[in-house]
Design a protein around this ligand. Sequence first.
Ligand code: GTP
Length: 598
Amino acid sequence: MKDNNIRNFCIIAHIDHGKSTLADRLLEYTGTLQAFQMKEQILDDMDLERERGITIKSHPIQILYKADHKTTYTLNLIDTPGHVDFSYEVSRSLAACEGALLLVDASQGVEAQTVSNTYLALENDLAIIPVINKVDLPGAQVESVKHQLVDLTGCEEDDIILTSAKTGKGIPELLQAIITRIPPPERDFNKAARALIFDSVFDNYRGAIPYVRVFEGRIEPGQKMKSFATRHVYEITEVGKFLFKKIPTQELKAGDVGYIVAQIKNIRDLKVGDTITTLENEAKSPLKGYKEMKPMVFSGLYPVNSDDYEELRQSIEKLQLNDASLRYEPETSEALGFGFRCGFLGLLHLEIVQERLEREFDQNLITTIPNVEYHVTDRQGNLFIVDTPSKMPDMGDIEMIEEPYVKAEIITPPEFIGNLMTLTQEKRATYVNTHYLDPSKVQLIYEIPLSEIIYDFYDKLKTVSRGYASLDYEFIGYKPSKLVKMDILINNEPVDALSLIIHQDQAYYQGRRLVQKLRSLIPRHLFEVPIQAAIGNKVIARENVKALRKNVTAKCYGGDITRKRKLLEKQKEGKKRMKQVGRVQVPQEAFLAVLQLG
Ligand code: GTP
């Protein structure tokens, strides 16, 4: 059975092309916003949700739209995360929909995430409605963007809807297109229950709450839900839909988008992309497409003060309740003491986690150089998975090291192709092909080691293209590379937390630069501090931090005790962010010095 009054869709766009503004305009035009703003109580609830760290914006939203005077349509707008680190979540959100609005900024045209999101939508067989937004801008280039969209999606020019999320132009036409061009969901209520988890949030009172799209059957309170990936069973206490807040309903049926409350203690029991069924009407197989999320970038997190280890452990544990893709395990470093090896989806994810631990949990952290995961085969044919340089087997025993590669897609105006070629060459990229989207936009495809992308590639790309080029990438597999482990010695002691895995051809150059950088970061001590880079037993670069003789309080004449104390306090403040490594004080930022080499 098909219910003609439901439409499930999402908006896909490159960052800043106007997704949120367009969603607000749809809510406003359909009166969804007004109806709720009038009820004070509901706004209070929204505040509460905000306090619990769940933002209204990331909710799916149900829009009730009276198309003519008779028919009311239920439009479920499902939000998608924007960044490449979370592209798997994007693809799951898309899998929950029948259609997608493909939004492109009229002044910017098609960008890297426009292309990658379009491919995801096509893979999920979604009906795509191409939309050119911001047509009110003086720099709007509607005709050329139309050509780019036709080239990208194979649509007709007439299919493209022109909107301004700022002035409201085109919104009625867009709503009409959603109703006529996006197919309604199939609705078979009698089949075994199958619902796709496309997102989840953690609520301190009600536990982890999955956001689901029901594909078949019904789900209602009192039933027992089971997830296919984890096999855990929980009793359902509430189901509901997303108006401006979560509104409980009696049931969720095939075609519906909603949430399930079942007092799930840990968000890791819910995996985005997994299927939920019920024991009452159990399905034999999950919906297609579940993929375990694998961390791609690894880094050590250590407390600046070793006494705070236990507190850091509790903070990471709590944070993980909210962030199912964060991995961690205890790790010990000779230099830094007890800490954690953490796995992230990408560098942005690492930054978010680090910032949340510092801001929300008040942790003072040392983060070590991020690295990817290597596959190392020794001379006996044993395979080792190495996620930290300190676990790398002895170089003499290694037969082969393989590293992860990505396919990178860069979209740029043609005048920057030369600069980008130089940049990609420095980053060990292999050129694959070029495709002109129109005379003003080129798509370049490369294969690049992931390790080259995670440091500063994106910033450099923006610099050499004056901000015009955009980037997207996906993991394609492992390839052998000539890699070596480089150790850093401070005051003749190897500092394990500073070791890195690097391409052989770059080792001398980067080793020299790294020790120079470290010399500028490590403060002078009462003795000379040598800093060396070494491969195996061979030192490839050396710098010295000269000895210091002056006492910090020497400037204080007489017995001015307050001034003296102030200076000492200031120094103590400075020390807080230092780590004692052997006899040497090493500042926090030195552990990330390699990121600052540029
Ligand atoms: P992210 O959530 O960061 O991915 O961005 P987004 O795609 O949701 O874009 P957002 O709605 O935040 O809009 C980005 C900027 O463009 C904001 O400053 C908006 O005010 C502006 N903007 C959005 N739509 C229009 C439009 O139709 N015309 C004009 N002139 N500006 C717009």
